[in-house]
Design a protein around this ligand. Structure first.
Ligand SMILES: NC(=O)c1ccc[n+]([C@@H]2O[C@H](COP(=O)([O-])OP(=O)(O)OC[C@H]3O[C@@H](n4cnc5c(N)ncnc54)[C@H](O)[C@@H]3O)[C@@H](O)[C@H]2O)c1
Length: 423
């Protein structure tokens, strides 16, 4: 019988509570045994859900890491800027780690985590779930099988979705890069990672443009900063909080507004907390649209378009090779292979994968790989690890530098040279 893997969850917000922890139950020889979370209501709800002993529930990560080692793996699901300290503490204590993205908001911290993990012989899996989705796996397989010849160019679209953007990047947790991370890292490190994985060679340089144009005070209809029924634009503004959180498309966001929501709790929260603010009067500064051009080894080019103003929350991709194209739409769950001179082949991902829940079916597969990695039975085949994530993070840091500097071409080498080398 396989050895039991005990898991401690650090940070029980959206990700710690609802994303990876529930998958642990699917595995016979894995169990959640500890938690660290400062918000009592969240910690208690989590402890009740997973039948945790009171002595295994801690108010903070710091308190948890001060104890003797009490699990094999920690899931680090705290906020972006806390990842570094919590990950280094976990590594020093001897834990293997499932680390939420982004690895850190600073390149030097990303590199230090990779170096420390290597030095201490610990395993760190970064939650780049897209690599595990049947959608992107099908695309990767088609490229590897030479279906479109040699890849020359790739376009990726990160369609954030208007309601999602308003919730997370105007009113919510990732609205201000001074507190969290720039948009291109917070949201698009996933896209950078998938572009890098699909192209399969090193990224050399990038340039980028992008601004925060719409969600600014100049567009506010009223003086006050709350979104209320008294606002003259209440009926016509799509970003009205009441409407966003009652739209079935964005209903998942209610959990971030208030724990275990019902109508009464939701209305009260929206009248008091940050999610009930006017979208034009928030303390947000992250861009609402950005493009990045990337050049890879061998002259392969790629572009990424991130935009708030999309109807769907999805990703689209087009890959152009010497013998054909691949076009994919995650929302529609289709991958179309157009081999030159032949009829297009349309693949419906739903016919090859049944479970597309949790990031298009990626989350449960990633947890499976994590446990194999921890047990040492993955034979180095895990699709995402700290080593594999460093370059995609550096691509995001370089893109942000370029954007801030008006689109200057930034070589990745420039950023690597500024920091300690990877061991
Ligand atoms: N993989 C993905 O696709 C994906 C999607 C969304 C978010 N994320 C990332 O996951 C991370 C968590 O996001 P979230 O939405 O769950 O955020 P969240 O703010 O809802 O959750 C973070 C939790 O950490 C707790 N916390 C704060 N200080 C702590 C401490 N010292 N010790 C222990 N817990 C502490 C907070 O109280 C909160 O409950 C972020 O870094 C985010 O960027 C990843």
């Amino acid at each position: 019988m396989e050895k039991l893997i005990r898991v401690a969850v650090i940070g029980c917000g959206g990700r710690g509570m609802y994303s990876y922890a529930p998958y642990v139950k699917q595995f016979e020889n894995a169990e959640i045994t500890a938690v660290a979370e400062p918000i009592a209501e969240r910690r208690e709800f989590f402890a009740e859900t997973y039948h945790l002993k009171p002595e295994n529930c801690f108010e903070t990560a710091e308190e948890f890491f001060a104890q003797p080692k009490m699990a094999e793996v920690v899931f680090i699901c705290t906020q972006d800027r806390q990842h570094y300290a919590h990950t280094i503490a976990a590594l020093k204590k001897g834990y293997d780690i499932l680390l939420e993205k982004p690895v850190s908001n600073l390149p030097e911290n990303c590199i230090d985590i990779a170096n420390t993990a290597k030095r201490l012989g610990r395993k760190v899996m970064v939650c780049h779930v897209l690599r595990y989705t049947p959608f992107y796996q099908k695309i990767k397989e088609a490229i590897q099988n030479g279906e479109i010849g040699q890849v020359m160019s790739l376009h990726q679209f990160e369609d954030v979705g208007w309601g999602h953007y308003a919730h997370s990047f105007v009113r919510g947790l990732w609205r201000n890069s001074d507190e969290t991370s720039p948009m291109i890292l917070a949201k698009c490190c996933h896209d950078m990672d998938i572009i890098l994985w699909l192209i399969g060679s090193d990224c050399q340089k990038v340039s980028s443009f992008g601004t925060l144009s719409h969600f600014v005070p100049e567009n506010a209809p009223i003086e006050g900063d709350r979104c209320t029924k008294e606002c003259p634009k209440y009926d016509s503004c799509p970003y009205c909080a009441d409407k966003v959180y009652h739209n079935p498309k964005w209903a998942w966001a209610q959990q971030a507004v208030v724990l275990n929501p019902n109508e009464e709790k939701l209305q009260k929260a929206l009248s008091e907390n940050k999610y009930g603010r006017c979208v034009y009067r928030c303390d947000n500064n992250v861009v609402d649209h950005q493009i990045v051009n990337l050049q890879f080894e061998g002259g392969v080019t790629a572009s990424l378009t991130m935009c708030a103003f999309t109807n769907e929350m999805t990703r689209e991709i087009k890959i152009m090779g010497t013998r054909g194209e691949i076009i994919g739409n995650m929302e529609e769950n289709t991958v179309t292979i157009k081999r030159f001179g032949e009829e297009p082949e349309v693949i419906d991902i739903r016919t090859i994968a049944t479970d597309l829940s949790g990031h298009g079916g990626g989350e449960n597969k990633m947890v499976r790989d994590l446990f194999a990695m921890v047990r040492g039975t993955d034979n180095g085949a895990a699709l995402t690890s700290i080593d594999k994530s460093i370059q995609s993070h550096i691509m995001a840091f370089a893109s942000e530098r370029s954007r801030v500097e008006g689109g200057r071409v930034v070589e990745l080498e420039e950023i690597y040279k500024e920091h300690t080398q990877i061991i």
